[in-house]
Design a protein around this ligand. Structure first.
Ligand code: C2O
Length: 576
């Protein structure tokens, strides 16, 4: 009696409070989840296009393992190099606040992990949710060393859209019918462009339109009527792509782990490094439908013009429409390879979901020309000068063709105060003004090789306008900034007009990204606040352009106090 009365009356608020505490306790545990993973980088036989290659993989998987975490979680990834190449791993899009040591690009934030060695990447996801990915950041290893990194919202926070019935990561890739490291090595020897890939892939599989590939085509089952979330990642080396699903609308809800105002489209354009989340409702006649991707080729250059497919299969599809039967899946219509109008129309619809915190006053206003170049040879007949007219291909930002250091990583040299590894005199604008997207005089085609960084004060408000040049060819260059998310405030074709274009910037709800393409022969403007100290690589995510020098790095100085200062490096950070 006593007990009952006691428990019944004062209990309800008390119990409520206790439960609340308990929930908070559990939630704090959920927030603090730590995920341990062992990534063994090793060669494994992988058969594609009728041939088996000794392929560098993570844990023998191709593509590599999918990491699934929640915002606030910590990842601890012990990377062991059992392959024959130096390697490093990059967590593409993770902000790595004050922690460049976990970022991964070799010779930028770390020395490579040598064969036989180990390095443990440890980092916490802070206020990010959505689709990111991870990949090797060491020459061309990322051709096969990559995987999805999915960040779910904190426990109890919903998506800003109806909960999908299932979620499917779609990794677009490129496959060479030879060792990709040899493809790069040959190109760097001859000075010519690397061979284009032999197949495009969806989740590592070329699909039905390639030789010896049909049986392994990726099939995604759906229930009629349900809505699914496709987390599309372009992990291809060199190719922007159009992607669509036959008869189905795609509703874009996020890009690069940042939510967008939803809009429906038949086709998306996605550049290497980018991710796009789309909702798809299985509202068509139960059957099998192809999802397909092929190149968006904005340059005047050879490209892989094949088409990769996977199959969306309604579970209630008539048996005759299922595996091994004659009924062919329905094929989607994809835009033409050089359909820049469609690519631009798609990209220009992106808006951030909520009001953006765009810097309005700018401290550092930078104008970066990006594009290819040619290095003249003293002996044009040399086997090392097989680029156009006996030259060697190069690429640059503001005429500086970026060279990675060899003796140390930039970040380690900076932290240790070691001189002679880099300079901080990267030019804020091109050394010579010219008609960037017009007919460029031949005398301006040759860049200068150097390791120059651009220094920014902590919390500086930065604007960068990337201006594509027409040197060799105009092209969509997907520019990726490590350690940051930025707002894409404007873009256009032709030369940027500093008088009139800024007035048209979207400072209200521009999309937030970590990788943005220059329109071919055009410009794109980004803004961000330099609130993450460290050295952060800024580069074209086409892996033929990066070794040619289409890169620089931003050196963001420390602010005041511990919370604005780069953390000390982990003890096992590899040395050069
Ligand atoms: Cu996804 Cu520096 O790269």
């Amino acid at each position: 009696m006593e007990y009952h009365r006691f428990s019944a009356k004062p209990c309800s608020p008390y119990l409520f409070f206790t439960l609340l505490l308990l929930f908070a306790f559990l939630a704090s545990f959920a927030d603090a989840a730590v995920h341990f993973h062992e990534f063994v980088i090793e060669a494994k036989p992988v058969k594609r296009l009728c041939r088996t290659h000794s392929t560098i993989t993570v844990n023998g998987q191709f593509p590599g393992p999918t990491l699934e975490v929640r915002d606030g979680d910590t990842l601890v990834i012990k990377a062991t190099n059992r392959g024959r190449y130096n390697v490093s791993l990059h967590w593409h899009g993770v902000r790595q606040l004050r922690n460049p040591w976990a970022d991964g690009p070799e010779f930028v934030t770390q020395c490579p992990i040598r064969p036989g060695q180990t390095y443990t990447y440890q980092f916490t996801i802070q206020n990010q949710e959505g689709t990111l990915w991870w990949h090797a950041h060491s020459r061309w290893l990322r051709a096969t060393v990559y995987g999805a990194l999915i960040i779910h919202p904190k426990l109890g926070s919903p998506y800003p859209f109806p909960m999908p019935k299932r979620e499917i990561p779609i990794l677009l890739g490129e496959w060479w019918d030879r060792n990709p490291m040899d493809v790069l090595r040959l190109a760097l020897f001859t000075g010519a462009a690397p061979n284009v890939s032999d197949a495009l892939t969806i989740n590592g599989q070329p699909g039905d339109l390639y030789r010896c590939s049909s049986k392994e085509t990726a099939i995604f089952p759906v229930e009629a009527g349900e809505t699914i979330l496709l987390r599309i990642i372009n992990s291809a080396m060199n190719q922007e792509m159009f992607f669509g699903v036959a008869n189905h609308k795609l509703t874009v809800v996020a890009v690069d782990a940042a939510y967008t105002k939803p809009f429906a489209t038949n086709v998306i354009m996605i550049a290497p490094g980018q991710t796009i989340d789309v909702l798809l409702t299985a509202d068509q006649t139960p059957a099998r439908y192809y999802m397909a991707a092929h190149a968006y080729n904005s340059a005047n250059a050879p490209f892989d013009n094949t088409t990769t497919t996977a199959i969306l299969e309604y579970k209630s599809a008539p048996c005759s429409a299922k595996k091994g039967q004659s009924l062919k899946p329905i094929f989607p219509q994809l835009p033409g390879f050089n359909d820049t109008a469609t690519a631009t129309a798609f990209t220009s619809q992106l808006r951030s979901l909520s009001k953006a915190k765009v810097p309005l006053e700018i401290d550092d206003s930078l104008f970066f020309t990006v594009g290819l170049g040619l290095i003249n040879c003293t002996n044009p007949n040399s086997p090392r000068c097989q680029g156009p007219n006996g030259t060697r291909f190069a690429a640059s930002i503001n005429n500086v063709s970026f060279v990675l250091p060899r003796r140390n990583s930039l970040m380690q040299a900076y932290y240790q105060g070691q001189p002679g590894i880099f300079t901080t005199d990267f030019p804020p604008f091109p050394p010579v003004q010219f008609d960037y997207s017009g007919n460029v005089p031949r005398g301006l085609w040759q860049p200068v090789k150097a390791t120059k960084l651009f220094k920014l004060k902590y919390r500086s408000k930065v604007q960068i306008v990337f201006q594509d040049t027409s040197i060799v060819t105009v092209e969509n260059h997907p520019m990726h900034l490590h350690g940051y998310q930025f707002y894409v405030v404007g873009s256009g074709f032709g030369n940027f007009d500093p008088k009139n274009d800024p007035a048209k910037f979207n400072l209200i709800d521009p999309p937030e990204r970590n990788t943005v393409g220059t329109p071919p022969g055009g410009w794109v403007a980004i803004r961000f606040e330099a609130d993450n100290p460290g050295i952060w690589l800024l580069h074209c995510h086409l892996d033929s352009h990066l070794p040619w020098g289409l890169a620089t790095a931003l050196l963001v100085e420390n602010g005041v106090g511990k919370l604005q200062t780069v953390q000390p490096p982990p003890l096992d950070l590899p040395r050069c």
